[in-house]
Write a protein of this length. Structure first.
Length: 273
């Protein structure tokens, strides 16, 4: 009997040692992972420090590489007045050949201004392949007027979804010869169609039906994002769902949402009066 108890005690002790070693390895793995991920706030600190410009550019690349995780950190530094660099800010594009070049005008570029550039670099998607054999009006593709408000409306999305929603604007930038496109919140309707809201970026797909009771739109956003949009905009509408579609019904008709190659197809079906 005593021998059996001793054997059980030895087995338990062996398991505790193994468990402790396993916990130690797990803690070590977590510590390695934590040390491998950059401290984003510290990287922003480097932008305003006295180190060489090459080191600041390296920190900038790491912030962009962090993707979505860096967005709130960069937004928090938009008003940072520290100097990122000093450089010539004179625009020398398309200068007439018969005039002497303008004198340099050296100015301080703030950390806040640099962080805004990095935000645009993170959220701006690559547009559709468009042959641009022309000089653009502006090198800035997108304009976000209120970054905190934009982040509040978009922080629940993946960076891939953000890129998908902004891609039509980048395409429009190129179609308009480099005209900066203003980014609106996807939570606000672009317009109302017969009592139903349409999200920003929704594009008409063909002409209305002969009876003018159905209109089709496509938007570069996920079905989940557009469903959330209609829940906010039509809180009193009846909602029903199937495997691949969502329907919102109201007195004026109903909205049918379904997945499409672009993102989401919106069908407005209006009741005949």
């Amino acid at each position: 009997m005593l021998a059996a108890i001793a054997a059980i005690a030895g087995l338990l002790a062996s398991q505790e040692v193994k468990s402790g070693m396993g916990d130690s390895r797990q803690r070590g793995d977590r510590n390695k992972a934590a040390s491998a991920s950059p401290d984003l706030t510290a990287l922003v600190g480097i932008l305003g420090s006295g180190v060489a410009l090459a080191q600041k550019r390296e920190a900038s690349q790491q912030l962009v590489g962090a993707g979505k995780a860096a967005i709130p950190v960069l937004i928090g530094a938009l008003h940072d007045p520290r100097v990122y660099e000093r450089r010539d800010i004179v625009n020398r594009t398309d200068l007439p050949g018969f005039k002497p070049p303008p004198k340099p005008r050296i100015a301080n570029i703030s950390v806040g201004s640099r962080c805004q550039d990095l935000l645009y670099e993170i959220v701006t998607p690559v547009g559709s392949p468009i042959t641009a054999n022309f000089k653009v009006f502006s090198e800035q593709k997108l304009q976000v007027d209120d970054w905190p408000a934009w982040w509040a409306a978009n922080q629940g999305k993946s960076l891939a979804d953000i890129h998908a929603e902004l891609k039509p604007l980048v395409d429009e930038y190129w179609k308009r010869h480099g005209t900066t496109q203003n980014v609106k919140s996807a939570g606000d309707p672009a317009e109302w169609e017969q009592g139903f809201p349409l999200p920003k970026g929704a594009l008409g797909n063909g002409s209305p039906s002969a009876a003018k009771t159905q209109r089709i739109y496509e938007v570069a956003a996920s079905l989940e994002t557009i469903t959330a949009f209609y829940r906010r905009q039509l809180p009193n509408a009846g909602q029903s769902s199937e495997a691949s579609s969502v329907k919102f019904s109201g007195p004026a008709g109903f909205v049918m949402l379904s997945r499409s190659s672009m993102g989401t197809r919106i069908a407005l079906v209006l009741r005949q009066r």
